[in-house]
Write a protein that binds this ligand. Structure first.
Ligand SMILES: Cc1cc2nc3c(=O)[nH]c(=O)nc-3n(C[C@H](O)[C@H](O)[C@H](O)COP(=O)(O)OP(=O)(O)OC[C@H]3O[C@@H](n4cnc5c(N)ncnc54)[C@H](O)[C@@H]3O)c2cc1C
Length: 448
């Protein structure tokens, strides 16, 4: 038997083609796109990931990695190809000093459970801890600490990957630095992440949460800029909320969190100085309770069945100077009217100098805003919402916005070229070297 025959035999042995397994791999959290693979492979080691790519590459078989399965528009699917279900590669730790090694199939709640036991946390967590390590690092990962510490991906010290060419490599800023930079926030275009070493920060035991309400969007945005530029809080997010009993009025809410440890509580007066909110609500809670805050929503939405409904979500990054006009335009757009009843609108600032991964695209300027339009559709009713996402993307893009590409947004190769701008040629070169058969990351539609 030749080495190539042995790879073929191992892949054939591991490939799961049962109809229910294929059906599951043809679905994701978005429930909008369904493209069944040829088979699902559940690697138990980097060597098995490598086998899959050595087998698939020369045959031109598409490969998609799946960590937590929370893609929104088929990005983690591999039509007629192989889905690498990384759920068996889920080891976390041990925690060593101020770092931890995690396998790409682990979920962030497992990462926090392991690090929290040592009084440590990844410096940035996304709102939802049920997403997978591989998926969040390949998107970038934004959260309330991003105004201080950048992306979740910015805390990665080292990666173990298997490239589309079937090379098993360890990379870091000092070792295969170009590959490291292309993988983080790189939408899985050149390699499958197998393991990541993450830097950790001390985790407070308790936190104080400030919910600050605003009637004026302009005042809200100005205060968010102030808080992002001169960070007072560890966590800074915010929302637009519909005013009940009105057809089109919105109110705005800053959610800011400060650590609360030891006998001395945070100094509310200093933290809230010079802000022009209309009212404030202040509560103390445990850090773990705060970090897991979306788990209660998930439980409720699973109970009502809505968790399994289509999610035509749209995430955009807005320049500071056009943020108010884009937000107003979208929130008054009839195509987004259902957001008032069945959605969540996140609107919070990011400090661009903190966002370091080169593949993460964002508008210029010191501060940019994440606008997340998170909608749930009745089964079969999402088509017009996806079309509205396209309209909002065009509207926002004409005002300098950039997509944060964890979206139910069909993007053309021309959109992607514009998205990457001066990074496009570098990505194409990296793709030619590390994914020469073009089998990885096809779910994003960068090449048509
Ligand atoms: C309820 C909810 C809340 C969310 N909140 C936030 C938030 O606050 N901030 C934020 O930034 N995002 C948020 N997201 C988006 C989420 O972070 C992304 O969708 C993320 O990509 C999901 O990762 P996953 O592993 O669960 O999904 P998957 O579908 O498994 O993977 C997503 C993408 O990553 C690729 N990928 C997966 N594993 C690997 C790997 N090992 N190597 C290379 N590529 C890989 C997949 O092929 C796919 O393209 C939220 C999503 C949900 C459902």
């Amino acid at each position: 038997m030749t080495p190539s025959d042995r790879v073929t035999a191992r892949v054939a042995e591991l490939l799961d083609t049962r109809p229910d397994v294929l059906a599951e791999a043809a679905d994701d959290f978005g429930h909008l796109v369904r493209r069944p693979p040829l088979g699902v492979l559940r690697p138990r080691s980097a060597a098995e990931v490598r086998d899959a790519l050595v087998y698939a590459g020369p045959r031109g078989i598409p490969v998609a990695a799946r960590a937590g399965g929370h893609s929104l528009y088929g990005q983690g699917q591999a039509p007629g190809g192989i889905v690498l279900d990384l759920s068996a590669l889920d080891a976390v730790g041990p925690v060593s000093g101020d770092r931890v090694a995690v396998r790409a199939g682990a979920l962030w709640r497992d990462v926090l459970a392991a690090t929290g036991a040592h009084g440590l946390t990844p410096p940035v967590l996304t709102d939802y801890l049920g997403a997978g390590v591989g998926g969040v690092l390949s998107a970038g990962g934004l959260g309330g600490a991003s105004h201080r510490h950048g992306l979740v991906a910015d805390s990665v010290l080292e990666l173990e990957v298997v490239t589309g060419a079937g090379e098993h490599l360890v990379c870091s800023p000092d070792r295969h630095g170009d590959l490291f930079d292309t993988v983080l926030a790189g939408l899985g275009q050149v390699a499958v992440i197998v393991r990541a070493t993450l830097a950790l920060s001390p985790a407070p035991v308790t936190v104080r949460r400030y919910c600050l309400s605003y009637r004026s969007l302009d005042t809200y945005l100005a205060d968010q800029c102030l808080l992002a530029s001169a960070p007072r809080f560890d966590h800074l997010e915010g929302q637009a909320r519909p005013v009940e009993g009105t057809a089109d009025a919105w109110t705005y809410l800053i959610e800011a969190v400060a650590p609360h440890q030891g006998p001395t509580p945070p100094d509310d007066r200093t933290l809230l100085a010079d802000l022009a909110f209309d009212s404030a609500e202040i509560t103390d809670l445990g850090h773990a309770e705060f970090a897991h805050r979306v788990a209660a929503d998930e439980e409720l939405l699973r109970a009502t069945g809505e968790w399994l409904h289509p999610h035509p979500w749209l995430n955009l990054l807005l320049p500071e100077d056009t943020a108010a006009s884009v937000v107003t335009g979208v929130l008054t757009d009839p195509g987004f009217r259902d957001l008032r009843e069945n959605g969540l609108v996140l609107l919070y600032p990011l400090l661009t100098r903190a966002l370091r991964a080169p593949m993460f695209r964002r508008p210029p300027g010191e501060v940019v805003f994440l606008l997340a339009l998170l909608r749930t559709a009745a089964p079969g009713a999402a088509g017009p919402m996806v079309a509205a996402n396209r309209g909002a993307y065009a509207f926002a893009r004409a005002r300098g916005a950039v997509a944060y590409p964890v979206n139910a947004l069909p993007m053309t190769p021309a959109d992607w070229r514009a998205h990457y701008g001066d990074r496009w040629d570098g990505l194409a070169r990296a793709k030619a070297v590390h994914d020469p058969y073009g089998v990885l990351g096809g779910g994003h539609g960068m090449t048509g």
